[in-house]
Design a protein around this ligand. Sequence first.
Ligand SMILES: Cc1cc2nc3c(=O)[nH]c(=O)nc-3n(C[C@H](O)[C@H](O)[C@H](O)COP(=O)(O)OP(=O)(O)OC[C@H]3O[C@@H](n4cnc5c(N)ncnc54)[C@H](O)[C@@H]3O)c2cc1C
Length: 418
Amino acid sequence: MTRYSIFSLARNALSHHRNWPRVWRSPPPKPAYDAIIVGGGGHGLATAYYLARNHGVRNVAVLEKGWLGGGNTGRNTTIVRSNYMLQGNAHFYEHSLKLWEGLSQDLNYNVMFSQRGVLNLAHSDGQMESFARRGNAMRLNGIDAELLDRAAVAAMVPLLDCSQKARFPVHGGLLQPRGGTARHDAVAWGYARAADALGVDIIQNCEVTGIKRAGGRVVGVETTKGEIAAAKVGIAVAGHTSQLAEMAGLRLPIESHLLQAMVSEPLKPVLDTVVTSGATHMYISQSDKGELVMGGDLDGYNSFAQRGNLPIIEHVVASVLALFPTFGRLRLMRTWGGIMDMSMDGSPIICKTPLDGFYINGGWCYGGFKATPGSGWVYAHTIANDNPHPFNEAYTLERFAEGYVIDEKGAGPTPGAH
Ligand SMILES: Cc1cc2nc3c(=O)[nH]c(=O)nc-3n(C[C@H](O)[C@H](O)[C@H](O)COP(=O)(O)OP(=O)(O)OC[C@H]3O[C@@H](n4cnc5c(N)ncnc54)[C@H](O)[C@@H]3O)c2cc1C
């Protein structure tokens, strides 16, 4: 550390946040932009950044109804991986993982990306076989994957009950060593700062209430801060995709559900990888603060509420304790929820729509955080060129009418999960 940065650190530490420069500007909206991105989560901010950086489209606004990262970006359990089998998904998520690997350098902002590995547990011979198949497909696509037997899993995760008498006997697992976790807020803040530096206007507390159309195309948006004209409008609003699409006259094959997560009180380092168990509906990792971060399946009913019910929490905790009996003495500290846009094949939608100038990025189901850099990259390409990037060619709306779905629901921590 240089002398300058030591003094700077001391000055900032003692200043009680006074005189801290703004990390991004907070301008009033201009009357018109070349492109408007609705939604100031990771996906919207990444899209704006890559529009400016990769395509030179800098007259861009990101409109956020609340605060940056206040949606699912700040509510997720931060698992990053690319352990997909189907062609439509594998290259997209691997591209995203490669962007994660250089993201802190690219944004000059520490997103705390930690490649601690993601381990999917197998609890039956059948599951081991399907993991072998997935692992082989991943390796053929140049994605890292290792099939572990029970002894290797036990050595890697000493607190996991790998005994024969376990309620859910562990047969082995599929490990993606390059998977891991990242700091979710930092991803939003890092993209926001970098996009702002390239001239993007980031406008918070600005809710989009209508999509303006004329002559069969989009001409702008109505917002709580007035009307704003734009030739192109892209939405990246996670749990509200169907609502925004409806404003543009489109009905989407999406259902909205709640997904909950929870953390324990902090404890010393005990778990240095991400462990998931689809058969028991749970996943767990340990945050840098020491909390155990846990989640499982969706609340079963459709909802736009951001809080869920107790049975899911009990189910996740019971699964965690069946696999990690020693965690039984910990207290649960906090639970929360976010709204998931569940697409009908479990894969996202990133495309232009039948309405000229209107673009959709949504349907992320359980797992869009890991996609953040890749999603922004290909969405920016699609908006700038009016054509998909090769990595999102399959993520069309038409696939649901034509039947060419990308049905890969088994890739995540829970049977239906992503
Ligand atoms: C509990 C939980 C755990 C998860 N765990 C993981 C995980 O481990 N790994 C993983 O990859 N993914 C995970 N996810 C999914 C992931 O969080 C999301 O897919 C991803 O963050 C979506 O990012 P986004 O930028 O599209 O959405 P968001 O961050 O939700 O951003 C959308 C923004 O749009 C704004 N908005 C909505 N309507 C309007 C409007 N009318 N006008 C203006 N702004 C509007 C919202 O306020 C919001 O800020 C999890 C989600 C939850 C809830």
